[in-house]
Every structure is written in structure tokens, then in C-alpha cells.
Write a protein that binds this ligand. Structure first.
Ligand code: BEZ
Length: 305
């Protein structure tokens, strides 16, 4: 039995006439009569009293009519709901740590928007640790962060290890190392600004861990609210600070940047997703990252971590 048979039957009942129903359905009368007969044969019941004018539905026919109307109504509702769902733009919520705005995040998101205009992107600033809970609760779908945090429900994909640089005033005594680079052991006596102040763990704690890993203890670490404050204070001659190398694009006046030579001096950039998430936006964003990395001549790390 097809839906059109139900529609034919319902129309004949409502019009109380094969002729009027045929007109309404825009089909000829003989095929309509044949389809009603076939329906009766298929159901093994008589739907209409024989020879009645106007057409009179039997008791069993009336029972079938009421259910047929419900089936047709549900089908129409399901069709329009499915059409509405497919018309609504898919939304991807992306959590990110703010320092990635100085890195390649803007380029990657811009490219994603160009390539997939039907996907609505929402950007939500969120510390790396908070991203784990936000992924689990569905507040975000993807998280870009800088910390090596692990959780059994979250898959972390290491994208690259961004080198660190030392920001100094251009006339600072350490400026002689601008070309040669410098080791962290050479800056322990300096006043070092670290940031952000919250939430912990953050870039400041990651820097502290690098010193600890190297067995080094800086004499004076001063925590400030955020990177612009740290750089502003460095430009004022108050001290120095470590930054991910892309943050040198901030371009504050009178600053100079020295490469850090210790192998451990990097900040990992990773993408976190829910374990088992098979959504198509994951390969799509990874493709965009790959394209931006190629453009910037950066090689993408190819292992999960
Ligand atoms: C990057 O600078 O490498 C980067 C930033 C955000 C997302 C992915 C990669």
C-alpha cells in the first residue's frame, strides 16, 4: 500500500463522490475506482457500501479513514520538520585561548567560513582546562588550546609546537643576543613578567614548568593580567617577558625579540574534540589548518597526543 492510496481513499470519503474526488485529485475516474477496489482487496474489507449514492463509507471504512487521516497528517508534519531542520544552518562552537588570536587562529577560522558558508561558526574564549568541561557538556564542539591536559573522554590532537621568544626593550643589555638567540639560564636574574593571571593552569604555569623541567629558578617572576600588560611594561623598561613567537606580530613600539635556544622552549598548540565524535566539521577544520600551515610553511604535527 502506498501513501497515495490512502490519499485517494480519504478524498473519496470526504467528497462522498468518486467523480468529485477524481476532479480534486486531478486523475480520471476509472483509475481512481480501480485503485479503491485494489485497496479493498489488499485490506480484505469493504470500505464503501456497494451502489450507494452519495458514496457511503462502511463502519470498517470509517475506522480506516480516521487512521488514514492521522497517517497523512503525521507524514506531512514529519516532512515539514525535516525540511526545517535541513534549512537551519549547522552551528560549530569553537573554544579558544585568547593568545591564539595572535597566532594562526584568525586565518584558519576565516578560511573555514569562506569554504563552508553554510556552517555557522561561534567563537567562545575559554581556557584550555575549561574547554574539557565545555566539550563534555556540548557548550563547545572544538577547543583550541596550549596546555598538555588529558582526559579520557577527550581526544587531543597536537597541531604544532610554537617556539618561544624573549621580548625585551630594544635598548636592553640583552639586545646583543637578538641574532644569536639566548638560553633561559641566561635570563634568571631579570624581572620576568608572566601572564595571564587566571584561569590556572595557563601560559604562565606552562612557562614555569619549562624552567622547572630545565632545573632553573628565575629570581623574579611577576604575574600580570594579560600579554598586552606584560609587553607594555617591557616597553617601559620594567623587565622582560616570554611570548609565543607569533605574538611578536602585536608590534608594540620599541620592543625587540630574541629566539630562545632551549629545545624545551615551545608552546604546544592543540585541537581537542570529544572522543568518538565523527562529525564532518572535524576533518573540515583540520583541512583548513593544513592549508594555512602550508601557506605559512609550517609542518603539521601528525600524531595524537
Ligand atoms: C597555530 O597558530 O598554529 C594555530 C592557532 C589556532 C588553531 C590552530 C593552529
Amino acid at each position: 500500500m502506498e501513501l497515495r492510496h490512502l490519499r485517494y481513499f480519504v478524498t473519496v470519503v470526504e467528497e462522498q463522490s468518486i467523480t468529485k474526488a477524481a476532479e480534486k485529485l486531478c486523475i480520471a475516474q476509472p483509475p481512481l475506482s480501480r485503485q479503491i477496489q485494489k485497496l479493498e482487496e489488499e485490506l480484505g474489507i469493504r470500505l464503501f457500501e456497494r451502489g450507494s449514492r452519495p458514496v457511503k463509507v462502511t463502519e470498517a471504512g470509517m475506522f480506516f479513514y480516521e487512521h488514514a487521516v492521522q497517517i497523512l497528517t503525521h507524514t506531512a508534519q514529519a516532512t515539514s520538520m525535516a525540511q526545517r531542520i535541513s534549512a537551519v544552518k549547522q552551528t560549530v562552537r569553537i573554544g579558544y585561548v585568547s593568545s591564539l588570536l595572535y597566532a594562526l587562529l584568525p586565518q584558519i577560522i576565516y578560511l573555514f567560513r569562506q569554504r563552508y558558508p553554510d556552517i555557522h561558526v561561534e567563537l567562545i574564549e575559554c581556557g584550555t582546562r575549561d574547554q574539557i568541561e565545555a566539550l563534555k557538556s556540548g557548550k563547545i564542539d572544538l577547543g583550541f588550546g596550549r596546555l598538555r591536559l588529558t582526559d579520557p573522554s577527550i581526544k587531543r590532537i597536537l597541531l604544532r609546537k610554537e617556539r618561544l621568544k624573549l621580548a625585551i626593550h630594544k635598548h636592553h643589555a640583552l639586545a646583543e643576543y637578538i641574532d644569536s638567540g639566548i638560553y633561559l639560564s641566561q635570563i634568571l636574574d631579570e624581572a620576568i613578567f608572566s601572564y595571564p593571571a587566571t584561569p590556572k593552569p595557563n601560559f604562565a604555569t606552562a612557562i614555569q614548568s619549562i624552567f622547572t623541567e630545565l632545573g632553573l629558578v628565575p629570581k623574579k617572576m611577576i604575574e600580570v593580567r594579560e600579554i598586552h600588560m606584560a609587553l607594555g611594561l617591557v616597553a617601559s623598561g620594567e623587565g622582560i617577558c616570554l611570548i609565543p613567537e607569533t605574538a611578536s606580530d602585536i608590534g608594540m613600539k620599541n620592543l625587540a625579540y630574541i629566539p630562545i635556544l632551549d629545545l624545551e622552549a615551545y608552546s604546544p598548540i592543540s585541537l581537542s574534540v570529544r572522543n568518538m565524535d565523527q562529525s564532518s566539521y572535524i576533518p573540515k577544520i583540520l583541512d583548513c589548518i593544513q592549508s594555512v600551515f602550508q601557506q605559512e610553511q609550517i609542518s603539521m604535527h601528525n600524531e595524537d597526543s
